[in-house]
Ligand binder design. Structure first.
Ligand code: MG
Length: 391
């Protein structure tokens, strides 16, 4: 069997490093053909020395300050065009899309059009441009396989069943670190508290999104595109143990759940090896050590992000991009200590409800314009709000 070439977009991030761990465990099966990172040039160089990819790409970085630590013979590429070239290279079979933000959207679309398998970890791509990403994959006759643990769970539960027999998707959410907190207590939550996710180790942005439940809202939108269901047939269930990664209910009332320890290498590995499974040799799930599984209804009053995300999903067009863009700026402001935790979703709400333009999105350009406009409006509200905050 010839090795599958993987292009890892976002190689120095949390998902990227987990993916490289999986790749390194199966050297006869996978090869890191291309590694792309945003601006972490030293991290990228260190990975390049270990994995010896054919190409590396720095898509946000400064071309002038290249360290000499890159192995000889490695091609160095830059920017969006470099990432596109890396993702579409002939020896790349699978593109692991784990670059944060929207920088990878055009490279991923190009790779999908060429029929590459897209192992999708960056949910923003589907949230913002699900219509265009799924159309590109259809055109290239390639597939989009979810890396997000919940969507991987749904995908695993659906495999072997007819899509028309699916009645409902039940997306599980840990509930985040503030699951039992009052709104008043959340108002004074610190960055460190928001980053203290109870079950998963992740980057800062997604950890904050898990604390507001915006992450789950974005995942509802992601699921509408991956599984072709309207938002009304996707439900969120709070499940603090993160053992059941999600469930699918079929027309006969049967419910399939996928369980496992919370380790991203499982869904990453499945997206790379599907339809086969990898002998990952991770710690195993020990059911007799579990003290019962808890499931709760999410509280949309304390966690209004869910309500906003469902509304954006129903509106469609560029509304999810507006939601996502405003949220990214608000989360960044919270992480920088500029706004309170509860201001994040409040700002997103204001940007969405005050949107004076149409949500129509006929092209990717429309979506990107809405994203940019949403960010400007969020930043405007953040700076105005700061003046009003007591010091
Ligand atoms: Mg997830």
């Amino acid at each position: 069997m010839s090795r599958l070439g993987i292009a890892v977009l976002g190689a120095t991030g949390s998902v990227g490093r987990n993916a490289l761990d999986v790749i390194s465990r199966f050297p006869r099966r996978f090869r890191a053909a291309a590694l792309c990172a945003g601006s972490d040039i030293r991290g990228l160089a260190a990975l390049a020395r270990v994995f010896r990819p054919d190409v590396v790409c720095l898509y946000d970085g400064n071309r002038g300050r290249l360290p000499r630590e890159f192995p000889r013979g490695t091609r160095l590429l830059f920017g969006e065009e470099g990432m596109r070239e890396a993702a579409c290279a002939g020896n790349v079979d699978i593109v692991l899309a784990a670059a944060s933000g929207v920088s990878s959207i055009r490279p991923v679309l190009s790779a999908a059009r060429e029929g590459k398998r897209i192992a999708l970890a960056n949910k923003e791509l589907l949230v913002m441009a699900g219509k265009f990403v799924t159309a590109a994959a259809r055109r290239g006759k390639g597939e989009i396989l979810p890396v997000d643990s919940e969507h991987s769970a749904v995908f695993q539960a659906i495999v072997g069943h007819r899509r028309e027999d699916v009645r409902r998707i039940l997306l599980t959410a840990s509930g985040g670190p503030f699951r039992t907190h009052t709104t008043a207590r959340m108002r004074s939550a610190t960055v460190a508290q928001a980053l203290g996710h109870p079950t998963w180790r992740m980057g800062a942005k997604i950890s904050v999104d898990s604390a507001t439940l915006m992450n789950k809202g974005l995942e509802v939108i992601e699921a509408t595109w991956l599984f072709g269901l309207p938002p009304a047939r996707i439900e969120v269930v709070i499940h603090p143990q993160s053992v059941v990664h999600s469930m699918v209910e079929f027309s006969d009332g049967s419910v399939m759940a996928q369980m496992g320890i919370p380790d991203m290498r499982i869904p990453i590995g499945y997206a790379l090896s599907y339809p086969e499974r990898l002998p990952l040799e991770l710690p195993r799930l020990r059911p007799h050590r579990m003290q019962g599984l808890v499931f709760e209804r999410p509280d949309r009053k304390r966690f209004p992000a869910l309500r906003l995300a469902y509304a954006a999903a129903r509106t469609g067009g560029s509304a999810p991009a507006v939601l996502n863009g405003a949220n990214e700026e608000a989360v960044r402001a919270f992480l920088a200590g500029r706004i309170a935790f509860t201001d994040i979703v409040r700002i997103v709400d204001r940007v969405l409800s005050g949107w004076s333009e149409t949500f129509a999105a006929r092209s990717l350009q429309d979506v990107l314009a809405a994203d940019a406009q949403a960010r400007r409006e969020a930043l405007d509200r953040i700076s105005r709000q700061r003046r009003h905050r007591p010091s």
